[in-house]
Write a protein that binds this ligand. Structure first.
Ligand code: PYC
Length: 319
């Protein structure tokens, strides 16, 4: 396995959760990714050191739910850090809850004070507005609706209609699905969203430039009337997002703007499956929808991951 035999190091991490969804920030101890742009270093991480993703996030050290946030040196001096997000099956372009978690982690470490900071991600720079050590607004990369009311045939369900949108990741957003968005219903919600994702792929329905749609988002009216909507988001590795999903809320707002249902500056309070809320807003810049998301994150652990060469599962369980 790529690089695995050298795995006898210790890796320092800080764990947090944002609205219930965990983030593990990798601070030090990882492999040397060499020099070059963030894209080049991320490519090296993928091609030569992918075992670290599994070792850090998958069982027995992690779980399918955790999103990793590898803190790296930024390419430009206006950024406080660069970050590569990854999960149990691969790499994410952007991650909204993860960015809020990174901001709270940097605050916990004393690396940032309340105020505005810029973070570099593989899909562009995102702005962080740290209100306190836990409360954060992020301004995401531009979001857009790529296709309205796309149809996919799902066996044993029928035709499912949804919008395709980019919010830093690709989403299929479904309003009409007939399932209550309840925690008790997670197995059925996972089964439905996984079937939708599988059929999108099988039917060749993609985002721009053939990109795979790897996040599926279902909506219902909110439980709390103070909010505008409730969602359930299935992530690429089949875990559901415990938070209302920052990139999913961005994609949702881009669809609302495209449909003339959300005006710049208006609040969109997105409730997730746990009842936690992200408050979103958009502004327009040269016609592009720039979403911002406000939420809270809490640090839960400062840890050293240990890799024992005698441990048969030192590089994680999974692929
Ligand atoms: O908050 O953008 C997000 C996200 C993506 C996957 C899990 N959370």
């Amino acid at each position: 396995m790529n690089g695995e035999p050298a795995l006898s190091r210790k890796i320092e991490v800080i764990d947090s959760h944002t609205a219930g969804e965990p983030t593990r920030c990798i601070l030090s101890g990882g492999p040397d990714l060499g020099k070059g742009s963030l894209q080049e270093r991320m490519a090296r991480l993928k091609s030569h050191h992918d075992w670290t993703r599994r070792a850090i996030l998958c069982e027995p050290r992690g779980s399918d739910v955790v999103v990793g946030a590898w803190l790296l040196e930024p390419d430009s001096s206006d950024c406080v850090a660069a970050v590569v997000f990854f999960n149990n099956v691969g790499y994410l372009g952007m991650c909204g809850h993860g960015t809020i978690g990174v901001a709270a982690t940097l605050a916990h470490m004393g690396r940032v004070q309340p105020g505005i900071h810029v973070l570099q991600t593989p899909v562009g720079k995102v702005r962080i507005d740290l209100h306190s050590s836990n409360d954060v607004s992020i301004e995401n990369v531009p979001a857009y609706r790529y296709a309205a009311a796309a149809k996919v045939n799902v066996p044993e369900v029928g035709t499912v209609t949804g919008d395709i949108a980019w919010g830093g990741n690709w989403f299929f957003l479904v309003e009409h699905h007939g399932l209550p968005l309840e925690l008790a219903n997670v197995d059925a919600l996972t089964e439905l969203t996984w079937s939708i994702r599988t059929q999108l792929k099988a039917s060749g329905i993609t985002g721009a430039n053939g990109a795979e749609i790897d996040h599926i988002e279902l909506f219902t009216p909110p439980h709390d009337p103070a909010n505008h909507s409730r969602n359930f988001v299935l992530c690429p590795g089949k875990a559901y997002d415990r938070s209302p999903c920052g990139t999913g809320t961005s994609a949702k707002m881009a669809c609302l703007v495209a449909a003339g249902k959300l005006a710049p500056g208006d609040a969109w309070r997105q409730e997730g499956i746990l009842g936690t809320v992200f408050e979103g807003r958009v502004r327009l810049e040269k016609g592009a929808v720039i979403p911002s998301i406000t939420g809270s994150a809490f640090v839960t652990a400062e840890s050293t991951l240990v890799f024992d060469l005698k441990d048969p599962f030192r590089a994680g369980i999974g692929s």
